[in-house]
Design a binder for this molecule. Structure first.
Ligand code: ARG
Length: 459
């Protein structure tokens, strides 16, 4: 079949080489965006008098038929037509004949493909923002159920100080709020129109880019045609934001996986989010959490892939750009699905409050409480730290915990210690007494939840 760009060629096409150059196997995902871009472009061509109104009407009619056919999955795209742009144009010819050839006036596939991707990414980011909101809602609801659930807080993966499980969940809420903020800010750079830059240098036709931008709902226009066709920052920024977001989900998944283990038993995921083993009948594996953790690697790969593709490219368009799409689609789909799975998993997980609390009662995570107690009695904190350190060692040697030391022994060491020390040593009180702003104190967790609900209500 003759190529739409075939005029200058008299050599024979080789199918296997065409297949290597084609992007249709993956860029067909941009079919609807491509048609929308063409509709706006042809309206602009008529509006500016570049093509007659009647021709534009014919083209619009044809494009609308294609729009319908794409939505019903009725168009079979071919490798001979290389990419989505040429496939759509070729189908337009079949629908309306030679007048279809006027659509590509004052346009190049270079500004066309960039426009399609801007349209795609704008929709995708808006969909992701929605899913982040849903996950944040799930986190706040779960945190509210668990304000008073006490668990060990860790540093170096060692028991550090008791915390509220609600506080732990709200930490992820905070991370996701930043992810949402980053993605929202990136829209400023995604919501831009490249179309009208043509191949690289603009066009001699009296086009009206403002008109096209308005038709497509873009908030701004690229001001430099070379930049417009060769900028992929907007995709890189998306991939970076997505990588950070996935890193957050992955960390949480890592915790869920640990917490589901026999050693922890802090939480239990529902059957929907778990799978069994083909050999070990007892197994219930947290596969979905593991997969999100694993897929985070793919998303990083997509980011690094595109960064590497871009690093040596001279202005303006280079065919290398065609490699920008699969990673973008892959990341978009991975992030959307991961957010959904995460929300479902957290919403339905069972939290073993007793196990969590018990884990804070047979440990030394109340050592800071004792040091703080001594410091409040006027003993310099460094000295208090030393005293408690020695008491911890003594307790380990004697096989008990700080709360098991008799008052008489405490008073031998520091006469100011009174009966009320035991109350301070309870992990529940250790959490309760942390009133400092943003700390794990129940009042602070409640304040975070109230603020979060207000944020979510106005979004
Ligand atoms: N399929 C191409 C891509 O994805 C479209 C742009 C082609 N432009 C060109 N000058 N060959 O990048």
């Amino acid at each position: 079949m003759a190529k739409l760009w075939g005029g200058r060629f008299d050599g024979k096409n080789e199918a296997w080489i065409d297949a290597f150059g084609a992007s249709i196997t993956f860029d067909q995902k941009l079919a609807q965006q491509d048609i929308r871009g063409s509709l706006a472009h042809v309206k602009m061509l008529a509006h500016t008098g570049i093509i007659p109104e009647a021709d534009a009407q014919e083209i619009i009619k044809g494009l609308k038929i294609l729009q319908e056919k794409v939505s019903k999955n009725e168009l079979a795209f071919t490798i001979e037509n290389e990419d989505i742009h040429l496939n759509i144009e070729s189908y337009l010819h079949q629908e309306i004949g030679a007048v279809a050839g006027k659509l590509h006036t004052a346009r190049s596939r270079n500004d066309q493909v960039a426009t399609d991707m801007h349209l795609y990414l704008k929709e995708t980011v808006l969909a992701i923002l929605d899913k982040i909101t849903q996950l944040r809602e799930v986190l706040v609801a779960k945190a509210e159920e668990h304000i008073y659930t006490v668990m060990p807080g860790y540093t170096h993966m060692q028991h550090a100080q008791p915390i509220s499980f609600g506080h732990h969940l709200m930490a992820y809420y905070a991370m996701l709020s930043r992810d949402q903020e980053r993605m929202t800010e990136s829209l400023k750079r995604i919501d831009l129109l490249p179309l009208g830059s043509a191949a690289l240098a603009g066009t001699t036709f009296p086009i009206d880019r403002e008109f096209t931008a308005k038709e497509l709902g873009f908030n701004g226009i690229y001001s430099n045609s070379l930049d417009a066709v060769s900028d992929r920052d907007f995709i890189l920024e998306f991939l970076s934001d997505a990588s950070i977001l996935m890193m957050h989900l992955s960390r949480f998944c890592e915790e869920l996986i640990l917490w589901c283990s026999h050693e922890f038993k802090f939480v239990e995921l529902t059957d929907t989010f778990s799978t069994g083993s083909s050999i070990m009948p007892q197994k219930k594996n947290p596969d979905m959490a593991e997969l999100i953790r694993g897929k985070t690697g793919r998303v990083y790969g997509d980011l690094f892939g595109l960064l590497t593709i871009m690093k040596g490219l001279p202005l303006a368009y280079n065919k290398d750009f065609q490699e920008d799409k699969e990673g973008m689609f892959d990341t978009a789909e991975t992030v959307l699905k991961s957010l959904e799975i995460m929300a479902g998993m957290i919403h339905t997980m069972k939290v073993n409050e007793t196990v969590m609390l018990e884990a804070t009662e047979k440990d030394f995570s109340n050592a800071t409480e004792l040091a703080d107690y001594l410091a409040a009695k006027g003993i310099p904190f460094r000295e208090a730290h030393e005293i408690v350190g020695r008491l911890v060692l003594e307790s380990i040697q004697q096989g008990h915990y700080l709360q098991d030391i008799p008052l008489s022994r405490y008073q031998e060491i520091v006469p100011e210690i009174e009966e009320d020390v035991y109350e301070k040593l309870s992990s529940y009180n250790a959490v309760k007494n942390r009133h400092s702003l943003g700390g794990t104190g129940f009042d602070q967790v409640k304040a975070q939840i109230t603020a979060a609900k207000q944020e979510l209500a106005v979004e």
